[in-house]
Design a protein around this ligand. Structure first.
Ligand code: PLP
Length: 469
C-alpha cells in the first residue's frame, strides 16, 4: 500500500504503509474448487449467510466481530474476573469507555443490537419517528418492531455512488429541522450513525454533527450516536476536515461524544473485540428504565450480556483502536482495495469508506432489474469464482416493507467488509483479481428470485433460486 506523500510528522520517510503489527498465531485457510463452491452455494439456497465458513476462502461478509485480537487483548482475556457483580473487569471496561465517551451511564450489552432493542423498547412505539442519517438494518428493525417509523435523512450526495463529497454520511440538516418543526413531539431521539455503514461506510463531519446537535437541542430532543465505527469516523475527520489535521484522534472522539446525549455501540467493530457492546447516556430516568430492561434479557448491570474476559478485551481494544498508526493503516488498506478496483474499471461507491469497499452492482449489472437482486447475483458470482464471501446491501436487505410490499432499495451494493488486522496485502491482491475477473464477464450474470423468506431481516435467512428469465 502506498500513499502519495510521506506519513505525517516526518516520522516515516517511506511511502509504503505497512501493517503496524506482526502475526502472532495463524489460522489455516481451506482452498476449494469452483465445483465445490458451486455445490456449497446451491445447498445454501444462494444465500452467503447460509454457507459453512470453512467453505469460504476470504471472508468479507462483515467486519463485525471478525477482527484479530492483539497480544494485550488476549492477556486481558486471561485477567478477566468473572465475579457476578462489581468485577474489576467491569471497572476497567467502564473507565475505558468513559475515557472516550464520558456519558454518566454505561450499560454493557452482548452486542450493538441488544443496546438498540433496550433503548427503542424504552422510548419507541406506534406513532413515534426516529430519524437517522441512515438506519443500519438492525437499528431499523428494532425501531420498526416497536411500531415506530425509521426515517433516513442522509444528504443527497450520500445516495449518489459517484459523488466524491468528503462526508457523504452527513445528515441533511434542512430536512431534519423541517421534520422536527412538524413532528418534534413524536421524535423521542435523533440518531447519527458514524460511519454510515448502509450508505457506504462514509463519515460524518464534526461540523455536521455540531449542526445536528444544535437543531436537536433547540427542539429539546436528545441526539444519540450509533458509534460502531467511531475511530474510523474520527480519522476521516482528522484527514479531511479543515482545522482538524494536527489533532489527536482521541480528542476528536471526545468532541463527537460531547455533542451527543448518548450512544449505542457494537464493540465488534471499533471495540476491536469479537463480541460486546453498550448503551451509554446521560439521562438518569431513561438509564434506569434501560437498566431494568437489561436485567430482564442481558444480565446484571456490571456485566450485561458479557463475561468479565470480554469486558477486558473491549477495554484494551478501545485503547488500541485510537492509535494513529493503526488507523492510518486501516483506512489506507481499505482504500488500497478500492483504488485498485477503480483502476480496473469496476464501479464502486466513492470515496472509499472506512471499513469496506462497496461495489455498485446496479451499475455493473444494468441488465438485472433491482427486484431480481443484482447485488445478490454479484455476491454469488464472487463466491463461486474465488471463494470470496461478501454481503448484499440493497434490495434484498432493504426492499421488503413492514406492510409486506417490495420495492427497489435506493442502491444495490455489494459490500466487501475488511475484518480488522486479519488479512494481508496478498489476500487483498487476490480479491482485486477475482473482482476484476467477475466484472469482466458481468453481462453473463443472471438475477435471482426469493423462494423463502421471513417477515423481517430477510437477508440473513432467505433462500434464492436463479430467476427464470
Ligand atoms: C452501524 C451499525 N449499527 C448497529 C450494528 C449492530 O451491531 P451488532 O451486530 O453488534 O448487533 C451494526 C452491525 O453491523 C452496524 O454496522
Amino acid at each position: 500500500m502506498t500513499q502519495p506523500r510521506a506519513a505525517d510528522g516526518g516520522a516515516m520517510t517511506f511511502r509504503t504503509i505497512i501493517e503496524p503489527f506482526r502475526i502472532h498465531s495463524v489460522e489455516p485457510l481451506r482452498i476449494t474448487t469452483v465445483g465445490e463452491r458451486g455445490r456449497a452455494i446451491r445447498d445454501a439456497g444462494f444465500n452467503l449467510f447460509n454457507l459453512r465458513s470453512e467453505d469460504v476462502l476470504i471472508d468479507l461478509l462483515t467486519d463485525s466481530g471478525t477482527g484479530a485480537m492483539s497480544r494485550d487483548q488476549w492477556a486481558g482475556v486471561q485477567r478477566g474476573d468473572e465475579s457476578y457483580a462489581g468485577s474489576p473487569s467491569w471497572f476497567r471496561f467502564l473507565e475505558s469507555v468513559q475515557d472516550l465517551f464520558p456519558f454518566r451511564h454505561v450499560i454493557p450489552t452482548h452486542q450493538g443490537r441488544a443496546a438498540e432493542k433496550i433503548l427503542f423498547t424504552a422510548i419507541g412505539g406506534a406513532g413515534k419517528i426516529i430519524p437517522n442519517n441512515t438506519h443500519f438494518d438492525t437499528t431499523r428493525a428494532n425501531v420498526e418492531f416497536t411500531g415506530a417509523e425509521a426515517v433516513d435523512l442522509v444528504i443527497a450526495e450520500g445516495l449518489d455512488p459517484a459523488s466524491t463529497h468528503p462526508f457523504k454520511g452527513n445528515m441533511d440538516v434542512g430536512r431534519l429541522d423541517q421534520l422536527l418543526e412538524a413532528r418534534g413531539a413524536d421524535v423521542p431521539v435523533v440518531f447519527v450513525t458514524i460511519t454510515n455503514n448502509s450508505g457506504g461506510g462514509q463519515p460524518v463531519s464534526l461540523a455536521n454533527l455540531t449542526a445536528v446537535s444544535e437543531i436537536c437541542h433547540r427542539h429539546r430532543i436528545p441526539l444519540f450516536l450509533d458509534a460502531c465505527r467511531f475511530a474510523e469516523n474520527a480519522w476521516f475527520i482528522r484527514e479531511r476536515e479543515p482545522g482538524q489535521h494536527d489533532r489527536d484522534v482521541r480528542d476528536i472522539v471526545r468532541d463527537m461524544a460531547a455533542l451527543a446525549d448518548g450512544m449505542t455501540m457494537s464493540a465488534k467493530k471499533d471495540g476491536l473485540a469479537n463480541i460486546g457492546g453498550w448503551l451509554a447516556l446521560d439521562d438518569d430516568a431513561l438509564a434506569e428504565s434501560c437498566r431494568n430492561l437489561l436485567i430482564l434479557t442481558e444480565g446484571f448491570p456490571t456485566y450485561g450480556g458479557l463475561a468479565g474476559r470480554d469486558l477486558e478485551a473491549i477495554a484494551q481494544g478501545l485503547r488500541e483502536v485510537v492509535d494513529h498508526d493503526y488507523l492510518r493503516y486501516r483506512i489506507r488498506s481499505t482504500a488500497y482495495l478500492g483504488d485498485a478496483l477503480i483502476t480496473a474499471g469496476v464501479p464502486v461507491v466513492r470515496p472509499i469508506g472506512g471499513h469496506a469497499v462497496y461495489l455498485d452492482a446496479r451499475a455493473l449489472l444494468p441488465h438485472i432489474p433491482p427486484l431480481e437482486y443484482p447485488g445478490q447475483s454479484l455476491a454469488v458470482a464472487l463466491y463461486e469464482t474465488g471463494g470470496i464471501r461478501s454481503c448484499e446491501i440493497g434490495t434484498v436487505m432493504f426492499g421488503l416493507r413492514p406492510d409486506g410490499t417490495e420495492h427497489a432499495a435506493p442502491l444495490d451494493l455489494v459490500r466487501l467488509a475488511i475484518p480488522r488486522r486479519t488479512y494481508t496485502q496478498s489476500h487483498v491482491d487476490y480479491v482485486i483479481e477475482v473482482c476484476t475477473d467477475v466484472a469482466g464477464r458481468a453481462s453473463s450474470l443472471r438475477g435471482y428470485r426469493i423462494v423463502e423468506q421471513p417477515r423481517a431481516l430477510r437477508h440473513f435467512t432467505a433462500r434464492f433460486a436463479p430467476a427464470e428469465t
